[in-house]
Design a protein around this ligand. Structure first.
Ligand code: SAM
Length: 266
């Protein structure tokens, strides 16, 4: 079932290594995404509690059988995107189904952010992604891979690629290489407008900020191109002339503030 990203890790050594990156203690509550038949789950059982989520009914039944002897492992047969993460979770792990990378990353970042604000300690995630996706997550201004995703990840987390994993580590082998990534949440406020603004800017990432915003004017509730150009030129000044893919996060925050004023006045 390719659309569920069912590529399983073959090597016990690598599975154990992934679990080791989690540095599990007996106080940890771990959430595993896409647990499959439990080949990684079995290395997580020293935690206080493990929630293992698997969407596929057949695999879920295998997982359930395998985890029967561990009273601290709860297996859940759900789509992780519809699943409300338990409030006591502090570590997240998963050899992710790559088809849901964007949606699940957003969900994980917002969850870690809200856990941080609730005072949950020792919070982080160790996740396997498609190599190109991981490179977009860690890209910085000026790089070809710099995108809305890079902004989102960089705002909410310290993100590092732990290591690259070859296709041959999986059965069946996927078409693409993978990368193991660690995400540690930063102490920042949730900011939905920032990502809305990043989204409309990066739809035109090779353009100047002012032109990108004019091209996305339907998102700004301003139909009149010339009027908008005048307003933006006045409020953005030099920043309006910069190309979107060179924008630092602080500059995107500044643009967000100007857009907020614009939306409020409209
Ligand atoms: N944990 C195993 C491993 O490391 O080899 C399996 C990983 S496999 C790459 C991804 C797993 O995620 C599959 O078992 C697949 O059925 C499951 N999956 C796919 N989409 C899912 C979703 N939306 N919610 C929960 N699990 C999902």
């Amino acid at each position: 079932m390719v659309k569920l990203g069912q590529h399983f890790l073959k090597s016990e050594e690598l599975l154990k290594e992934i679990a080791d990156y989690l540095e599990i203690t007996k106080d940890d509550v771990v959430l595993e995404i896409g647990a499959g038949d439990g080949r990684l789950t079995k290395y997580l059982t020293s935690a206080k509690k493990v929630y293992a989520i698997e969407i596929d009914k057949k695999l879920f039944l295998k997982l359930k059988k395998k985890m029967k002897e561990f009273s601290n492992v709860e297996v859940i047969n759900k789509d992780v995107l519809d699943y409300e993460f338990p409030k006591e979770v502090n570590k997240i792990v998963g050899n992710l189904p790559y088809e849901i990378s964007s949606a699940i990353t957003e969900k994980i970042l917002l969850f870690l952010n809200s856990q941080l604000h609730k005072g949950v300690k020792d919070l982080f995630a160790v996740l396997m992604y498609q190599r190109e996706f991981a490179e977009r997550m860690t890209a910085f201004p000026g790089l070809r891979d710099y995108s809305r995703l890079s902004v989102l990840v960089n705002y909410y987390a310290d993100c590092q690629i732990i290591k690259y994993i070859p296709k041959t580590a999986f059965r069946p082998a996927p078409k693409v290489e993978s990368a193991l990534v660690k995400l540690i949440p930063k102490d920042v406020k949730r900011d939905d407008l920032l990502f809305y603004v990043a989204k409309i800017l990066f739809m035109h990432k090779n353009k100047k900020v002012i032109n990108a915003l004019i091209d996305s004017r339907h998102f700004l509730k301003e139909k009149d191109k010339n009027k908008l150009r005048k307003i933006l030129a006045k409020s953005l000044g030099k920043l309006g002339e910069k190309k979107v893919f060179y924008l630092e996060i602080d500059e995107i925050m500044l643009i967000k503030q100007k857009i907020k004023d614009l939306l409020q006045n409209n």
